[in-house]
Write a protein that binds this ligand. Sequence first.
Ligand code: NAD
Ligand code: DAU
Length: 357
Amino acid sequence: MTFIPTSVLVTGGAGFIGSNFIHSFIANNSDCTVTNLDCLTYAGNLKNLTALEGNPHYRFVKGDIGDAALVAGILADQRIDAVVHFAAESHVDRSITGPEIFVRTNVLGTQVLLEESRKHWQSGAVAAFRFLQISTDEVYGSLGDTGYFTEETPLAANSPYSASKAGADLLVRAYHETFGMPTLNTRCSNNYGPYHFPEKLIPLLIHNIINRKPLPVYGDGLNIRDWLHVRDHAVAIETVLKTAAPGAVYNIGGNNEWKNIDIVNLVCDLLDSRLRRADGENRGLITFVKDRLGHDRRYAIDASRLKADLGWGPSYTFEQGIAETIDWYLANQEWVAGVTSGAYREYYKNQYDGGAA
Ligand code: NAD
Ligand code: DAU
């Protein structure tokens, strides 16, 4: 049974994955409207969405997912029939130095969104409804040298970030089990691509190489991540939203494992030629630093259920995706400079607050 949404609330749509999802979803669904609710933390950047300004199928609301009255108003006024919930604190390192905001946003914020969604869905205001929780492979903890996370792998989160995401996933499950609410839950591996905040490994590497800054590699550099292009993730989310059975959980991944040091070397080498530097020059910037506390050793996702049930698979090869991503950052140095200088935060004030601080 296919679910065709008509009015979607996207939370956290000014962030990396949310903004890529909105671009992809609006391009694929000309009869649907998207309301983007984002409180614009340091990670929210409306410059990711300038191409949609003036689009009648898109509207932006600045606000917090923890604001129950605001959320209830949007759900009712826009006759929302699908919530796609990206909004979160997303950076593991920040969760180690300041976990409180992770619990507030990722756990309590999700609970508010779920509760207001439940009331809206039970009011019968819309004929059909879905709540899609965007989660992460990190809720499963860490793997040894072999094996994969499946949807049956027990949750064993290790960082404050992943613990807060696991808490949210369990609340989503509880709303399905307790109230029969039509929830969905996806757990994806590491994304890369355009609009990625340069605190995360791949955009940090590109930015630092361009500026001849050190490339910090945590620990021995042998930790492993599975990498997926963000546009493949966006298509997977749309597929799950429209075709998954309520209550379903799906892993999403690229079947594309890399040791961190191998990614670092690859990005160095691809940028040697693009920046007309000598072969191996960028590798000279690599600096091994103190390891992340509790650093998960290996993530690897088994996404075969999503392929078997709903037919989704990644379309990008990593060679193509990483080359395109590097070229995107080189072509969008203004975007990167706006982020690193903090100018992107002024953009909101000028666009929406009439310049008020
Ligand atoms: P991001 O940090 O780039 O963006 C998060 C967005 O949420 C920002 O725009 C921020 O302003 C907004 N936000 C934060 N708190 C909010 C609040 N209280 N109310 C409203 N908006 C708020 O994150 P991302 O990398 O795009 O990740 C998006 C989601 O996908 C997260 O839930 C994350 O856990 C999940 N995820 C990320 C990855 C990845 O590789 N980046 C992989 C799997 C899952
Ligand atoms: O697996 C999905 C997760 O991927 C998402 O849930 C998170 O929101 C997202 O941030 C990402 O988490 P990671 O911790 O894996 O991503 P990050 O880019 O921070 O780090 C990737 C790997 O690189 C990790 O093993 C730590 C290492 N690293 C990271 C940075 C920033 C370094 O060695 N040096 C660095 O400077």
